[in-house]
Write a protein that binds this ligand. Structure first.
Ligand code: UTP
Length: 242
């Protein structure tokens, strides 16, 4: 399995600083957030990491220039997360990590890799329980069988940013995915969805409707550093170790 970290987005929610510093490179203590993701990917035992960047984000490439297990691909047009993943097109199973989502409290990627080994699931999607009033901000899972002890649920479908009254659960997609290589064939023909973007969630949803997609409610906390409020929250959480 290889890792893909997406870091080519525009970062408009964190402008104007993102005109000069990619949000994925904002410091958490003395290290850029992206370095924490690279460590998490390595702890999952991946065989190489591809970071998806844009031509405006050469700073990322420069920072990781000496790391032998890291390569780069470009997304020249910001056509969505699914499109970013497609630019990396690897002939292998992949761990996909959102470059602006750090996880504290556990190594989500490593635990998800364990779940996949143990269950033989085709795909394992990291999930987080969110307050009902916030479901409209996330991709939400429609769930089948639940195994509380193993923290796993069968995912039957995914709905992108549903209104509260239509949300099938309070389990949100949380920035980490282990996907079989077949995901690239789905992404290649994926029609633009919400916001006219190629959505990764839509391709995983079609996979889930065929079966074999497991959700794992990882025991840590997902911190979204893609906006100033989330970033402050992340700094506080990382400092206090929560
Ligand atoms: P976001 O949707 O949070 O990133 O994507 P964004 O588009 O940069 O955000 P705003 O709305 O402009 O503030 C989550 C992750 O996926 C990457 C982003 O860099 C981020 O790390 N991404 C998103 C891409 O690589 N390409 C895209 O086209 C979209």
């Amino acid at each position: 399995m290889k890792a893909i970290i997406t870091a080519a987005g525009l970062g408009t929610r964190f402008a104007p600083v993102t005109r000069v510093v990619p949000k994925e490179m904002l410091p958490i203590g003395s290290r850029p957030a992206l370095e924490l993701l690279v460590e998490e990917a390595r702890s999952a035992g991946v065989d190489g990491i591809t970071i998806v960047i844009s031509p405006e984000k050469e700073l990322i490439r420069a920072y990781f220039a000496d790391e032998k297990d890291i390569g780069f691909v470009y997304q020249n047009e910001q056509l969505g997360l699914g499109h970013a993943v497609l630019q990396a097109h690897i002939d292998d199973d992949v761990l996909v990590m959102l470059g602006d989502a750090i996880v504290t409290g556990c190594s989500a990627a490593a635990e998800m890799a364990d779940v996949r080994r143990r269950t033989g699931a085709a795909a394992v999607v990291g999930l987080e329980r969110v307050p009902r009033e916030r479901v409209s901000r996330y991709g939400i899972a429609r769930c089948g069988a639940i195994d509380e002890r193993a923290r796993t649920v069968e995912i039957l479908d995914l709905v992108e940013k549903p209104p509260v009254e239509e949300a099938p659960s309070d389990l949100a997609v949380a920035g980490r995915y282990i996907l079989p290589k077949g995901i690239f064939d789905l992404l290649a023909v994926q029609k633009p969805g919400r916001k006219g973007e190629i959505q990764l969630t839509d391709s995983i949803a079609s996979m889930a409707r065929e079966g074999g997609v497991l959700g794992y409610v990882y025991p840590g906390r997902r911190l979204d550093i893609g906006n100033p409020d989330g970033y402050y929250e992340a700094l506080t959480a990382m400092r206090s170790g929560r």
